[in-house]
Design a protein around this ligand. Structure first.
Ligand code: B12
Ligand code: SF4
Length: 503
Protein backbone atom coordinates (compact mmCIF):
# COMPACT_ATOMS: atom_id res chain seq x y z
CA UNK A 1 0.00 0.00 0.00
CA UNK A 2 1.40 3.44 -0.91
CA UNK A 3 1.95 5.98 1.82
CA UNK A 4 -0.76 8.16 0.21
CA UNK A 5 -3.39 5.44 0.26
CA UNK A 6 -2.39 4.50 3.79
CA UNK A 7 -2.77 8.09 4.95
CA UNK A 8 -6.16 8.41 3.31
CA UNK A 9 -7.37 5.18 4.89
CA UNK A 10 -6.12 6.28 8.30
CA UNK A 11 -7.88 9.58 7.91
CA UNK A 12 -11.16 8.09 6.72
CA UNK A 13 -11.20 5.45 9.42
CA UNK A 14 -10.79 8.16 12.06
CA UNK A 15 -7.29 7.09 13.09
CA UNK A 16 -4.21 9.27 12.91
CA UNK A 17 -1.17 8.34 10.82
CA UNK A 18 0.62 7.06 13.91
CA UNK A 19 -2.16 4.58 14.62
CA UNK A 20 -3.40 6.60 17.59
CA UNK A 21 -6.78 8.25 17.87
CA UNK A 22 -7.13 11.07 15.38
CA UNK A 23 -6.65 14.38 17.12
CA UNK A 24 -8.32 17.54 15.95
CA UNK A 25 -5.25 19.60 15.18
CA UNK A 26 -5.95 23.00 13.73
CA UNK A 27 -3.06 24.24 11.65
CA UNK A 28 -3.18 27.39 9.56
CA UNK A 29 -2.14 26.99 5.92
CA UNK A 30 -1.53 29.91 3.61
CA UNK A 31 -1.16 29.15 -0.11
CA UNK A 32 0.33 31.96 -2.15
CA UNK A 33 0.43 32.87 -5.81
CA UNK A 34 3.48 35.17 -6.06
CA UNK A 35 3.21 38.49 -7.92
CA UNK A 36 4.39 38.95 -11.49
CA UNK A 37 7.17 41.47 -12.00
CA UNK A 38 7.33 41.51 -15.80
CA UNK A 39 5.25 44.45 -17.00
CA UNK A 40 4.14 42.73 -20.16
CA UNK A 41 2.78 39.63 -18.38
CA UNK A 42 0.93 41.94 -15.98
CA UNK A 43 -0.50 43.97 -18.86
CA UNK A 44 -2.06 40.86 -20.43
CA UNK A 45 -3.97 40.34 -17.20
CA UNK A 46 -6.27 43.11 -18.45
CA UNK A 47 -7.54 40.61 -21.03
CA UNK A 48 -7.56 37.46 -18.99
CA UNK A 49 -6.90 36.70 -15.38
CA UNK A 50 -7.64 33.17 -14.27
CA UNK A 51 -8.07 31.68 -10.83
CA UNK A 52 -5.15 29.92 -9.03
CA UNK A 53 -6.45 26.44 -9.85
CA UNK A 54 -3.12 24.89 -8.79
CA UNK A 55 -3.45 26.26 -5.25
CA UNK A 56 -7.14 25.39 -5.05
CA UNK A 57 -6.25 21.76 -5.79
CA UNK A 58 -3.42 21.77 -3.23
CA UNK A 59 -5.84 23.31 -0.69
CA UNK A 60 -8.27 20.45 -1.30
CA UNK A 61 -5.43 18.03 -0.48
CA UNK A 62 -5.00 19.61 2.96
CA UNK A 63 -8.38 18.29 3.95
CA UNK A 64 -10.65 19.14 6.86
CA UNK A 65 -9.64 20.19 10.38
CA UNK A 66 -7.36 23.04 9.31
CA UNK A 67 -7.79 26.64 8.30
CA UNK A 68 -6.63 27.20 4.75
CA UNK A 69 -6.43 30.49 2.87
CA UNK A 70 -5.29 31.40 -0.64
CA UNK A 71 -3.57 34.70 -1.31
CA UNK A 72 -3.31 35.68 -4.97
CA UNK A 73 -0.71 38.43 -5.16
CA UNK A 74 -1.09 38.74 -8.94
CA UNK A 75 -4.35 40.60 -8.35
CA UNK A 76 -2.93 42.81 -5.64
CA UNK A 77 -2.05 46.45 -6.28
CA UNK A 78 0.34 46.55 -3.30
CA UNK A 79 1.66 42.98 -2.94
CA UNK A 80 4.32 43.78 -0.33
CA UNK A 81 1.94 45.57 2.00
CA UNK A 82 -0.68 42.86 1.51
CA UNK A 83 1.92 40.21 2.28
CA UNK A 84 2.97 41.81 5.54
CA UNK A 85 -0.66 42.36 6.57
CA UNK A 86 -1.54 38.72 5.87
CA UNK A 87 1.43 37.43 7.90
CA UNK A 88 0.60 39.77 10.77
CA UNK A 89 -3.15 39.04 10.86
CA UNK A 90 -3.36 35.37 9.88
CA UNK A 91 -0.05 34.12 11.34
CA UNK A 92 0.08 30.89 9.28
CA UNK A 93 1.86 27.75 10.52
CA UNK A 94 2.61 26.62 6.98
CA UNK A 95 3.10 28.70 3.83
CA UNK A 96 3.00 27.05 0.41
CA UNK A 97 4.06 29.01 -2.67
CA UNK A 98 3.25 28.17 -6.28
CA UNK A 99 5.98 29.04 -8.77
CA UNK A 100 6.34 29.87 -12.43
CA UNK A 101 10.01 30.47 -13.28
CA UNK A 102 9.59 34.22 -13.58
CA UNK A 103 8.16 34.28 -10.05
CA UNK A 104 11.05 32.37 -8.41
CA UNK A 105 12.83 35.52 -7.20
CA UNK A 106 9.59 36.75 -5.60
CA UNK A 107 9.11 33.41 -3.83
CA UNK A 108 12.57 33.68 -2.26
CA UNK A 109 11.99 37.29 -1.21
CA UNK A 110 8.53 36.66 0.27
CA UNK A 111 9.75 33.51 2.04
CA UNK A 112 12.65 35.39 3.62
CA UNK A 113 10.25 38.10 4.85
CA UNK A 114 7.93 35.44 6.31
CA UNK A 115 10.75 33.69 8.16
CA UNK A 116 11.91 37.02 9.60
CA UNK A 117 8.42 37.83 10.85
CA UNK A 118 7.31 34.32 11.89
CA UNK A 119 10.46 32.28 12.64
CA UNK A 120 8.45 29.10 13.37
CA UNK A 121 6.63 29.00 10.04
CA UNK A 122 7.28 26.10 7.63
CA UNK A 123 7.75 27.19 4.01
CA UNK A 124 6.99 24.92 1.03
CA UNK A 125 7.36 25.65 -2.67
CA UNK A 126 5.65 23.71 -5.47
CA UNK A 127 4.64 24.36 -9.08
CA UNK A 128 6.39 24.35 -12.45
CA UNK A 129 9.65 25.98 -11.33
CA UNK A 130 10.00 23.88 -8.18
CA UNK A 131 9.34 20.78 -10.30
CA UNK A 132 11.86 21.52 -13.03
CA UNK A 133 14.57 23.44 -11.11
CA UNK A 134 14.36 22.30 -7.47
CA UNK A 135 17.99 23.27 -6.78
CA UNK A 136 17.05 26.90 -7.33
CA UNK A 137 14.98 26.70 -4.12
CA UNK A 138 17.62 24.99 -1.99
CA UNK A 139 17.66 27.74 0.64
CA UNK A 140 17.65 26.14 4.10
CA UNK A 141 16.40 28.60 6.72
CA UNK A 142 14.22 30.36 4.11
CA UNK A 143 12.58 27.52 2.20
CA UNK A 144 12.09 24.23 4.06
CA UNK A 145 10.54 21.87 1.52
CA UNK A 146 10.41 21.74 -2.27
CA UNK A 147 7.58 19.74 -3.83
CA UNK A 148 7.93 18.37 -7.35
CA UNK A 149 4.87 17.29 -9.33
CA UNK A 150 1.28 16.93 -8.18
CA UNK A 151 0.59 18.99 -5.08
CA UNK A 152 -2.62 17.68 -3.48
CA UNK A 153 -1.31 14.15 -2.96
CA UNK A 154 2.11 15.46 -1.85
CA UNK A 155 0.66 17.77 0.77
CA UNK A 156 -1.46 14.93 2.13
CA UNK A 157 1.70 12.85 2.40
CA UNK A 158 3.47 15.75 4.10
CA UNK A 159 0.73 16.57 6.62
CA UNK A 160 1.92 14.38 9.50
CA UNK A 161 5.37 15.98 9.31
CA UNK A 162 3.99 19.50 8.98
CA UNK A 163 1.76 18.98 11.99
CA UNK A 164 4.42 17.63 14.31
CA UNK A 165 7.20 19.85 12.96
CA UNK A 166 9.54 17.04 11.86
CA UNK A 167 11.51 16.89 8.62
CA UNK A 168 10.20 14.45 6.00
CA UNK A 169 12.70 12.10 4.37
CA UNK A 170 13.60 13.34 0.89
CA UNK A 171 12.52 11.50 -2.23
CA UNK A 172 11.93 12.47 -5.86
CA UNK A 173 8.73 14.37 -5.02
CA UNK A 174 9.31 15.86 -1.57
CA UNK A 175 12.72 17.40 -0.90
CA UNK A 176 13.74 18.89 2.46
CA UNK A 177 16.30 21.64 1.89
CA UNK A 178 18.15 20.84 5.14
CA UNK A 179 18.52 17.18 4.17
CA UNK A 180 22.07 16.34 2.99
CA UNK A 181 20.53 14.11 0.31
CA UNK A 182 18.67 17.08 -1.29
CA UNK A 183 20.91 17.25 -4.38
CA UNK A 184 20.71 13.51 -4.97
CA UNK A 185 16.90 13.58 -4.63
CA UNK A 186 16.70 16.61 -6.98
CA UNK A 187 18.59 14.62 -9.63
CA UNK A 188 16.07 11.74 -9.54
CA UNK A 189 13.52 11.44 -12.35
CA UNK A 190 10.23 13.12 -11.49
CA UNK A 191 7.79 11.05 -9.44
CA UNK A 192 5.04 9.54 -11.60
CA UNK A 193 1.81 11.56 -11.57
CA UNK A 194 -0.84 9.97 -9.37
CA UNK A 195 -4.07 8.66 -10.85
CA UNK A 196 -6.84 11.24 -11.01
CA UNK A 197 -8.89 9.17 -8.60
CA UNK A 198 -6.44 10.32 -5.89
CA UNK A 199 -6.60 14.01 -6.81
CA UNK A 200 -9.43 15.98 -5.20
CA UNK A 201 -11.56 18.64 -6.85
CA UNK A 202 -10.30 22.20 -6.33
CA UNK A 203 -11.40 24.31 -3.34
CA UNK A 204 -12.94 27.05 -5.49
CA UNK A 205 -14.64 28.53 -2.44
CA UNK A 206 -11.28 29.88 -1.19
CA UNK A 207 -10.98 32.65 -3.79
CA UNK A 208 -13.03 35.71 -4.64
CA UNK A 209 -14.45 34.40 -7.89
CA UNK A 210 -15.54 37.81 -9.14
CA UNK A 211 -11.85 38.70 -9.73
CA UNK A 212 -11.30 36.13 -12.50
CA UNK A 213 -12.37 36.69 -16.09
CA UNK A 214 -11.36 36.20 -19.70
CA UNK A 215 -12.15 38.26 -22.77
CA UNK A 216 -14.61 36.05 -24.64
CA UNK A 217 -15.10 36.44 -28.37
CA UNK A 218 -18.17 34.25 -28.01
CA UNK A 219 -20.93 33.67 -30.46
CA UNK A 220 -21.23 36.06 -33.40
CA UNK A 221 -24.56 37.75 -33.90
CA UNK A 222 -25.62 37.43 -30.28
CA UNK A 223 -25.65 40.55 -28.12
CA UNK A 224 -23.85 40.00 -24.81
CA UNK A 225 -24.01 41.61 -21.43
CA UNK A 226 -20.23 41.63 -21.36
CA UNK A 227 -17.30 40.26 -23.33
CA UNK A 228 -15.40 39.92 -20.03
CA UNK A 229 -17.45 37.21 -18.30
CA UNK A 230 -16.47 35.68 -14.98
CA UNK A 231 -14.62 32.49 -15.86
CA UNK A 232 -13.74 29.24 -14.07
CA UNK A 233 -10.82 27.01 -15.03
CA UNK A 234 -11.00 23.25 -15.06
CA UNK A 235 -8.49 20.48 -15.76
CA UNK A 236 -9.54 17.24 -17.48
CA UNK A 237 -6.10 15.81 -18.35
CA UNK A 238 -2.40 16.39 -17.66
CA UNK A 239 0.55 16.10 -19.98
CA UNK A 240 0.94 15.53 -23.68
CA UNK A 241 2.39 12.68 -25.73
CA UNK A 242 4.15 15.10 -28.13
CA UNK A 243 7.66 16.48 -27.76
CA UNK A 244 7.82 20.08 -29.00
CA UNK A 245 11.27 21.47 -28.31
CA UNK A 246 10.11 24.73 -26.68
CA UNK A 247 7.62 23.09 -24.34
CA UNK A 248 8.05 21.89 -20.78
CA UNK A 249 4.81 19.93 -20.55
CA UNK A 250 6.16 16.50 -21.50
CA UNK A 251 8.95 16.93 -18.93
CA UNK A 252 6.46 17.90 -16.23
CA UNK A 253 4.29 14.88 -16.87
CA UNK A 254 7.20 12.47 -17.42
CA UNK A 255 6.00 11.97 -21.01
CA UNK A 256 2.65 10.58 -19.80
CA UNK A 257 -0.90 11.65 -20.60
CA UNK A 258 -3.22 11.33 -17.62
CA UNK A 259 -6.94 11.59 -18.06
CA UNK A 260 -9.99 12.08 -15.90
CA UNK A 261 -13.12 10.00 -16.33
CA UNK A 262 -15.80 11.76 -18.44
CA UNK A 263 -18.46 11.48 -15.68
CA UNK A 264 -16.12 13.07 -13.13
CA UNK A 265 -15.31 15.94 -15.52
CA UNK A 266 -18.97 16.59 -16.31
CA UNK A 267 -19.94 16.48 -12.63
CA UNK A 268 -17.33 19.15 -11.92
CA UNK A 269 -18.45 21.29 -14.87
CA UNK A 270 -22.01 21.13 -13.56
CA UNK A 271 -20.85 22.07 -10.07
CA UNK A 272 -18.76 25.17 -10.88
CA UNK A 273 -20.71 28.37 -10.32
CA UNK A 274 -19.60 30.01 -13.59
CA UNK A 275 -21.09 29.30 -16.99
CA UNK A 276 -17.88 30.17 -18.87
CA UNK A 277 -15.11 27.59 -18.54
CA UNK A 278 -11.46 27.71 -19.64
CA UNK A 279 -10.00 24.18 -19.86
CA UNK A 280 -6.34 24.40 -18.84
CA UNK A 281 -5.35 21.05 -20.39
CA UNK A 282 -2.40 21.31 -22.74
CA UNK A 283 -4.15 19.08 -25.30
CA UNK A 284 -7.54 17.95 -24.15
CA UNK A 285 -8.61 15.93 -27.22
CA UNK A 286 -5.83 13.33 -27.55
CA UNK A 287 -8.26 10.57 -26.55
CA UNK A 288 -11.16 11.12 -28.93
CA UNK A 289 -13.42 8.57 -27.24
CA UNK A 290 -13.04 10.31 -23.89
CA UNK A 291 -13.74 13.81 -25.18
CA UNK A 292 -16.64 12.56 -27.31
CA UNK A 293 -18.08 11.03 -24.14
CA UNK A 294 -17.64 14.32 -22.24
CA UNK A 295 -19.44 16.33 -24.96
CA UNK A 296 -22.26 13.76 -25.20
CA UNK A 297 -22.75 13.79 -21.43
CA UNK A 298 -22.89 17.60 -21.43
CA UNK A 299 -25.60 17.49 -24.08
CA UNK A 300 -27.53 14.63 -22.48
CA UNK A 301 -27.52 16.35 -19.11
CA UNK A 302 -28.57 19.66 -20.63
CA UNK A 303 -25.53 21.53 -19.27
CA UNK A 304 -25.48 24.73 -21.27
CA UNK A 305 -22.13 26.40 -20.60
CA UNK A 306 -19.54 28.01 -22.88
CA UNK A 307 -15.99 26.65 -23.24
CA UNK A 308 -12.52 27.44 -24.53
CA UNK A 309 -9.69 24.93 -24.71
CA UNK A 310 -6.43 24.00 -26.42
CA UNK A 311 -6.00 21.53 -29.32
CA UNK A 312 -3.35 20.61 -31.87
CA UNK A 313 -3.98 21.26 -35.56
CA UNK A 314 -3.53 17.59 -36.49
CA UNK A 315 -6.16 16.54 -33.92
CA UNK A 316 -8.61 19.05 -35.46
CA UNK A 317 -7.92 17.79 -39.00
CA UNK A 318 -8.25 14.14 -38.03
CA UNK A 319 -11.46 14.56 -36.04
CA UNK A 320 -13.60 17.42 -37.36
CA UNK A 321 -16.73 15.51 -36.21
CA UNK A 322 -15.46 15.69 -32.60
CA UNK A 323 -15.23 19.46 -32.79
CA UNK A 324 -18.64 19.70 -34.47
CA UNK A 325 -20.04 17.86 -31.45
CA UNK A 326 -18.15 20.14 -29.07
CA UNK A 327 -19.42 23.21 -30.92
CA UNK A 328 -22.91 21.90 -30.23
CA UNK A 329 -21.98 21.34 -26.57
CA UNK A 330 -20.81 24.98 -26.22
CA UNK A 331 -17.18 25.23 -27.42
CA UNK A 332 -16.68 28.85 -28.52
CA UNK A 333 -12.95 29.06 -29.08
CA UNK A 334 -9.92 26.82 -29.58
CA UNK A 335 -6.37 27.84 -28.82
CA UNK A 336 -4.21 26.13 -31.44
CA UNK A 337 -0.41 26.12 -31.25
CA UNK A 338 0.10 26.65 -35.00
CA UNK A 339 3.52 28.23 -34.24
CA UNK A 340 4.42 28.74 -37.91
CA UNK A 341 3.36 28.08 -41.49
CA UNK A 342 6.92 27.27 -42.57
CA UNK A 343 8.16 23.68 -42.62
CA UNK A 344 11.64 24.63 -41.49
CA UNK A 345 10.38 26.29 -38.31
CA UNK A 346 7.87 23.54 -37.56
CA UNK A 347 10.64 20.93 -37.95
CA UNK A 348 13.00 22.94 -35.72
CA UNK A 349 10.29 23.07 -33.05
CA UNK A 350 9.74 19.31 -33.48
CA UNK A 351 6.05 20.16 -33.80
CA UNK A 352 5.18 17.03 -35.77
CA UNK A 353 2.79 18.83 -38.15
CA UNK A 354 3.27 20.46 -41.56
CA UNK A 355 2.00 23.85 -42.78
CA UNK A 356 -0.78 22.18 -44.80
CA UNK A 357 -2.20 20.55 -41.64
CA UNK A 358 -2.19 23.96 -39.95
CA UNK A 359 -4.05 25.50 -42.92
CA UNK A 360 -6.61 22.71 -42.96
CA UNK A 361 -7.24 23.09 -39.22
CA UNK A 362 -7.89 26.82 -39.71
CA UNK A 363 -10.41 25.99 -42.45
CA UNK A 364 -12.16 23.32 -40.33
CA UNK A 365 -12.65 25.76 -37.44
CA UNK A 366 -13.94 28.49 -39.76
CA UNK A 367 -16.43 26.02 -41.20
CA UNK A 368 -17.59 24.94 -37.74
CA UNK A 369 -17.91 28.53 -36.46
CA UNK A 370 -15.38 27.97 -33.68
CA UNK A 371 -13.20 31.04 -33.05
CA UNK A 372 -9.52 30.33 -33.68
CA UNK A 373 -6.96 31.61 -31.19
CA UNK A 374 -3.74 31.15 -33.17
CA UNK A 375 -0.64 30.80 -31.00
CA UNK A 376 2.36 31.70 -33.18
CA UNK A 377 6.06 31.74 -32.48
CA UNK A 378 8.97 33.92 -33.62
CA UNK A 379 12.66 33.12 -33.24
CA UNK A 380 15.28 35.35 -31.62
CA UNK A 381 17.32 35.26 -34.86
CA UNK A 382 14.45 36.70 -36.95
CA UNK A 383 15.26 39.54 -39.34
CA UNK A 384 12.80 42.06 -40.81
CA UNK A 385 11.86 39.69 -43.66
CA UNK A 386 11.01 36.89 -41.21
CA UNK A 387 8.64 39.18 -39.32
CA UNK A 388 7.07 40.15 -42.66
CA UNK A 389 6.52 36.45 -43.41
CA UNK A 390 4.71 36.07 -40.07
CA UNK A 391 2.60 39.11 -40.89
CA UNK A 392 1.54 37.44 -44.18
CA UNK A 393 0.70 34.32 -42.23
CA UNK A 394 -1.50 36.31 -39.85
CA UNK A 395 -3.36 37.83 -42.81
CA UNK A 396 -3.81 34.36 -44.27
CA UNK A 397 -5.56 33.21 -41.06
CA UNK A 398 -8.57 35.45 -41.61
CA UNK A 399 -10.65 36.19 -38.53
CA UNK A 400 -8.73 34.98 -35.46
CA UNK A 401 -7.38 35.92 -32.10
CA UNK A 402 -3.59 35.93 -32.32
CA UNK A 403 -0.85 35.65 -29.73
CA UNK A 404 2.84 35.42 -30.44
CA UNK A 405 5.58 33.96 -28.26
CA UNK A 406 9.35 34.13 -28.66
CA UNK A 407 11.24 30.83 -28.81
CA UNK A 408 13.37 29.96 -25.79
CA UNK A 409 14.40 26.70 -24.16
CA UNK A 410 12.25 25.72 -21.16
CA UNK A 411 13.97 26.13 -17.77
CA UNK A 412 15.38 22.98 -16.25
CA UNK A 413 15.36 20.90 -19.45
CA UNK A 414 18.31 19.43 -21.38
CA UNK A 415 17.85 22.16 -24.01
CA UNK A 416 18.10 24.83 -21.34
CA UNK A 417 21.40 23.41 -20.13
CA UNK A 418 22.71 23.12 -23.72
CA UNK A 419 21.96 26.79 -24.47
CA UNK A 420 22.77 28.17 -21.02
CA UNK A 421 26.04 29.77 -22.08
CA UNK A 422 24.28 31.88 -24.71
CA UNK A 423 21.76 33.51 -22.35
CA UNK A 424 21.74 37.30 -22.58
CA UNK A 425 20.30 38.16 -19.16
CA UNK A 426 21.83 37.63 -15.72
CA UNK A 427 18.68 35.91 -14.36
CA UNK A 428 17.11 34.15 -17.37
CA UNK A 429 14.41 32.56 -15.18
CA UNK A 430 13.14 36.01 -14.23
CA UNK A 431 12.70 36.74 -17.96
CA UNK A 432 11.02 33.46 -18.82
CA UNK A 433 7.55 34.49 -19.94
CA UNK A 434 7.73 33.34 -23.57
CA UNK A 435 7.86 36.98 -24.68
CA UNK A 436 11.27 38.11 -23.42
CA UNK A 437 14.02 36.50 -25.46
CA UNK A 438 16.65 34.88 -23.31
CA UNK A 439 18.80 33.99 -26.36
CA UNK A 440 20.71 36.57 -28.39
CA UNK A 441 18.67 38.33 -31.08
CA UNK A 442 20.19 39.16 -34.47
CA UNK A 443 18.43 42.52 -34.52
CA UNK A 444 19.03 45.14 -31.81
CA UNK A 445 16.31 44.52 -29.21
CA UNK A 446 14.64 47.88 -29.81
CA UNK A 447 14.05 46.89 -33.44
CA UNK A 448 13.17 43.29 -32.61
CA UNK A 449 10.41 44.38 -30.23
CA UNK A 450 9.20 47.07 -32.64
CA UNK A 451 8.53 44.35 -35.23
CA UNK A 452 7.19 42.03 -32.55
CA UNK A 453 4.69 44.57 -31.25
CA UNK A 454 3.66 45.39 -34.83
CA UNK A 455 2.79 41.73 -35.32
CA UNK A 456 0.44 41.99 -32.35
CA UNK A 457 -1.09 45.07 -33.91
CA UNK A 458 -1.70 43.18 -37.18
CA UNK A 459 -3.06 40.32 -35.14
CA UNK A 460 -5.47 42.67 -33.40
CA UNK A 461 -6.79 43.77 -36.80
CA UNK A 462 -7.86 40.19 -37.48
CA UNK A 463 -9.65 39.93 -34.15
CA UNK A 464 -13.13 38.43 -34.55
CA UNK A 465 -14.47 41.03 -32.12
CA UNK A 466 -13.80 43.71 -34.74
CA UNK A 467 -16.31 42.16 -37.08
CA UNK A 468 -19.72 43.82 -37.15
CA UNK A 469 -21.28 40.52 -36.18
CA UNK A 470 -20.14 41.02 -32.59
CA UNK A 471 -21.93 43.56 -30.50
CA UNK A 472 -19.96 44.24 -27.31
CA UNK A 473 -21.48 46.79 -24.91
CA UNK A 474 -19.98 50.28 -25.09
CA UNK A 475 -18.29 50.06 -21.68
CA UNK A 476 -16.47 46.92 -22.85
CA UNK A 477 -15.27 48.71 -25.98
CA UNK A 478 -13.57 51.28 -23.73
CA UNK A 479 -12.16 48.51 -21.58
CA UNK A 480 -10.77 46.69 -24.65
CA UNK A 481 -9.23 49.92 -25.97
CA UNK A 482 -7.57 50.64 -22.61
CA UNK A 483 -6.29 47.06 -22.26
CA UNK A 484 -5.05 47.06 -25.87
CA UNK A 485 -3.15 50.32 -25.34
CA UNK A 486 -1.58 48.97 -22.13
CA UNK A 487 -0.47 45.72 -23.80
CA UNK A 488 0.74 47.54 -26.93
CA UNK A 489 2.92 49.88 -24.87
CA UNK A 490 4.25 47.02 -22.71
CA UNK A 491 5.12 44.96 -25.82
CA UNK A 492 6.79 47.86 -27.63
CA UNK A 493 8.98 48.65 -24.61
CA UNK A 494 10.02 45.11 -23.61
CA UNK A 495 13.54 45.92 -24.81
CA UNK A 496 13.90 48.42 -21.95
CA UNK A 497 13.93 45.51 -19.47
CA UNK A 498 17.40 44.52 -20.81
CA UNK A 499 20.82 46.01 -20.37
CA UNK A 500 21.15 49.13 -22.57
CA UNK A 501 23.99 47.57 -24.59
CA UNK A 502 21.42 45.19 -26.13
CA UNK A 503 18.92 47.87 -27.19
C1 B12 B 1 -3.51 27.45 -18.57
C2 B12 B 1 -2.15 28.11 -18.53
C3 B12 B 1 -2.12 29.49 -18.44
C4 B12 B 1 -3.35 30.35 -18.25
C5 B12 B 1 -3.59 30.70 -16.79
C6 B12 B 1 -3.30 29.66 -15.80
C7 B12 B 1 -3.71 30.14 -14.44
N1 B12 B 1 -4.57 29.45 -13.78
O1 B12 B 1 -3.26 31.18 -14.04
C8 B12 B 1 -2.90 31.64 -18.95
C9 B12 B 1 -3.18 31.50 -20.43
C10 B12 B 1 -3.53 32.93 -18.44
C11 B12 B 1 -1.41 31.56 -18.67
C12 B12 B 1 -0.62 32.65 -18.49
C13 B12 B 1 0.74 32.55 -18.30
N2 B12 B 1 1.49 31.44 -18.42
CO1 B12 B 1 0.76 29.67 -18.53
N3 B12 B 1 0.20 27.89 -18.67
C14 B12 B 1 -0.95 27.35 -18.61
C15 B12 B 1 -0.84 25.82 -18.70
C16 B12 B 1 -1.21 25.38 -20.12
C17 B12 B 1 -1.64 25.06 -17.65
C18 B12 B 1 -1.45 25.63 -16.23
C19 B12 B 1 -2.48 25.06 -15.32
O2 B12 B 1 -3.43 25.73 -14.94
N4 B12 B 1 -2.33 23.78 -14.96
C20 B12 B 1 -3.24 23.09 -14.05
C21 B12 B 1 -2.70 23.19 -12.62
C22 B12 B 1 -3.71 22.59 -11.68
O3 B12 B 1 -1.50 22.43 -12.60
P1 B12 B 1 -0.10 23.01 -12.10
O4 B12 B 1 -0.05 24.48 -12.34
O5 B12 B 1 0.99 22.20 -12.64
O6 B12 B 1 -0.19 22.77 -10.51
C23 B12 B 1 0.01 21.49 -9.92
C24 B12 B 1 1.47 21.22 -9.50
O7 B12 B 1 2.41 21.99 -10.19
C25 B12 B 1 1.49 21.42 -8.03
N5 B12 B 1 1.66 22.75 -7.46
C26 B12 B 1 1.47 23.95 -8.02
N6 B12 B 1 1.63 24.93 -7.12
C27 B12 B 1 1.93 24.35 -5.92
C28 B12 B 1 2.17 24.89 -4.66
C29 B12 B 1 2.43 24.03 -3.60
C30 B12 B 1 2.67 24.60 -2.23
C31 B12 B 1 2.48 22.62 -3.80
C32 B12 B 1 2.77 21.70 -2.68
C33 B12 B 1 2.26 22.08 -5.08
C34 B12 B 1 1.95 22.94 -6.12
O8 B12 B 1 0.20 20.97 -7.66
C35 B12 B 1 -0.75 21.51 -8.61
C36 B12 B 1 -2.02 20.72 -8.59
O9 B12 B 1 -1.86 19.48 -9.20
C37 B12 B 1 0.68 25.63 -18.40
C38 B12 B 1 1.32 24.39 -18.97
C39 B12 B 1 1.38 23.35 -17.87
N7 B12 B 1 0.93 22.17 -18.15
O10 B12 B 1 1.84 23.60 -16.77
C40 B12 B 1 1.28 26.95 -18.89
C41 B12 B 1 2.52 27.48 -18.20
C42 B12 B 1 2.44 27.20 -16.73
N8 B12 B 1 2.46 28.93 -18.43
C43 B12 B 1 3.62 29.47 -18.56
C44 B12 B 1 3.84 30.86 -18.68
C45 B12 B 1 5.28 31.29 -19.00
C46 B12 B 1 2.80 31.78 -18.54
C47 B12 B 1 2.91 33.30 -18.59
C48 B12 B 1 4.08 33.92 -17.84
C49 B12 B 1 2.92 33.64 -20.06
C50 B12 B 1 2.94 35.08 -20.43
N9 B12 B 1 3.59 35.29 -21.53
O11 B12 B 1 2.43 35.95 -19.81
C51 B12 B 1 1.56 33.76 -18.00
C52 B12 B 1 1.63 34.03 -16.48
C53 B12 B 1 0.28 33.92 -15.82
C54 B12 B 1 0.26 34.06 -14.31
N10 B12 B 1 0.98 33.29 -13.52
O12 B12 B 1 -0.42 34.89 -13.82
C55 B12 B 1 4.71 28.43 -18.56
C56 B12 B 1 5.54 28.45 -17.28
C57 B12 B 1 6.96 28.02 -17.56
C58 B12 B 1 7.81 28.20 -16.39
N11 B12 B 1 8.87 27.44 -16.34
O13 B12 B 1 7.58 29.02 -15.56
C59 B12 B 1 3.90 27.09 -18.81
C60 B12 B 1 4.50 25.84 -18.20
C61 B12 B 1 3.75 26.95 -20.35
C62 B12 B 1 4.96 26.46 -21.08
N12 B12 B 1 4.75 25.58 -22.03
O14 B12 B 1 6.07 26.86 -20.89
N13 B12 B 1 -1.03 30.26 -18.53
S1 SF4 C 1 3.44 22.50 -27.36
FE1 SF4 C 1 1.46 21.44 -27.11
S2 SF4 C 1 1.63 19.67 -28.49
FE2 SF4 C 1 3.71 20.39 -28.14
S3 SF4 C 1 4.49 19.17 -26.41
FE3 SF4 C 1 3.66 21.11 -25.57
S4 SF4 C 1 1.56 20.63 -25.03
FE4 SF4 C 1 2.25 18.99 -26.42
Amino acid sequence: MSQDTKWEEDWNSGWGPDGGEKQVIMAKFLLVRPPLSLRVARAFHSFLHLEPLDLEIVAAGIGPGHETRILDLTISRAPNAEWRAMLRDFRPDVIGFGSYSNQAAHVKRLAAAAKAMLPGVTVLVGGVHATTMPLDFKLPGIIDIVVRGEGATSIRRLLPYLLDGTTPPSDAGILATADPSFDAAAALPLPPLPSYDEVPWPRRDLVDRSRYFCVWSGTPGRAKRTVFPQVATLRTSTGCPHRCSFCVVHHLAGGKYLQRRPEDVVDEIAAVPEDHIYFVDDEMYINVERTTAIARLLLERGIRKRYVSWARSDTICRHPELFRLWREAGLDMLYVGLESMESKNLDDYNKGVDPETNRQAVAVLAELGIVLHAALMVNPDFLAEDFIAVRRMIQELGSAEVSITVYGPPPGTARWREQEREFICPDPCAFYDSMHTILPAKLPLNKFYRYYSLLYLFGFRQHPGRSRRYRPPLKDLFRIAAAGAKCGYALRTIYKDYDKSLW
